[in-house]
Design a protein around this ligand. Structure first.
Ligand SMILES: NC(=O)c1ccc[n+]([C@@H]2O[C@H](COP(=O)([O-])OP(=O)(O)OC[C@H]3O[C@@H](n4cnc5c(N)ncnc54)[C@H](OP(=O)(O)O)[C@@H]3O)[C@@H](O)[C@H]2O)c1
Length: 242
């Protein structure tokens, strides 16, 4: 039995990629899962994988762009589970374009999904997380530390997400809460497939990190004894792009 057995975790972006891999890894340790996303069918498929592993999973249809969905999510999770021990922010949206032509509409959408939603959801769940000595994980990006051409909108939101995480850690360590930001490089997920298409390159998932690699470092941070805290994780594909 793991130290995380019977804990309750909320995972946004649980329908796909890194969020899905983290949800499955947590389930294998006996964690009870709240799976959050917009597509019920894909969430149901993840939930059924979790039930096969022998853990518990509820699904929640939430559009992170809508405040009302987030407030409803908090209420429903309290009804279903009574509280949360682990909050994983994995959902994210992406756009690309040079600043001369990038769409402001895209920037607003990315801000809502990548920054505002994790901020508001954390705020809503914080009293409960404090009661349970919770842990919060922010899936950021390597470009959340170092921006590069053509990803100004995405990179700006990920820099802001770093600030949210650092601020939260500073404010809540005294309550026993741990906060970790993960900064992955290119990872083989549907989002990376889209990125490659936008860059006009072929997608070969074997060239990249696997979502399970990211899940594995997240799990080790969550399992650490409470005498210590991992604050930031940088993780990159071993094979470098030519
Ligand atoms: N893949 C990479 O190379 C890479 C590298 C660095 C960082 N990241 C970060 O890793 C995280 C996970 O991305 P991924 O690669 O696993 O991508 P993915 O497979 O495309 O998954 C993205 C997830 O975000 C959810 N999502 C997006 N917009 C949403 C919205 N408005 N409301 C609710 N859910 C929404 C999607 O759910 P539905 O579509 O079902 O609603 C989906 O589950 C993101 O924060 C991303 O920025 C990825």
């Amino acid at each position: 039995m793991s130290g995380l057995n019977n804990k309750v975790a909320i995972v946004t972006g649980a329908s796909s990629g890194i969020g899905r891999a983290i949800a499955l890894a947590l389930a294998s340790l006996g964690v009870r899962l709240c799976l959050v996303g917009r597509k019920l069918k894909t969430l149901e498929a993840v939930a059924s994988g979790i039930k096969k592993i022998g853990s518990d999973a509820y699904i929640y249809k939430v559009n992170l762009e809508k405040d009302e969905d987030l407030r409803q999510l908090k209420k429903q999770i309290e009804k279903d589970f009574g509280g949360t021990d682990i909050l994983i922010h994995s959902a994210g949206d992406f756009a690309m374009g040079r600043m001369t032509e990038a769409s402001i509409k895209d920037l607003d959408r990315l801000y809502r999904v990548n920054v505002r939603a994790p901020y508001l959801l954390t705020q809503l769940l914080l009293p409960g997380l404090k009661r349970r000595r919770g842990q919060v994980v922010f899936i950021n990006s390597s470009v959340g530390l170092r921006a590069r051409a053509q990803v100004g909108q995405y990179s700006a939101t990920k820099h802001a997400l770093k600030a949210v995480a650092d601020c939260l850690r500073d404010e809540t360590n005294e309550d026993g809460i741990r906060v970790v930001s993960v900064y992955p490089g290119r990872t083989a997920t549907p989002m990376q497939k889209t990125v490659l298409r936008m860059e006009g390159k072929a997608y070969n998932p074997k060239q990249f990190m696997q979502p399970e690699d990211v899940a594995s470092v997240v799990i080790s941070a969550l399992m650490l004894p409470f005498s210590a805290e991992v604050t930031d994780i940088n993780i990159r594909p071993l094979a470098k792009q030519g």
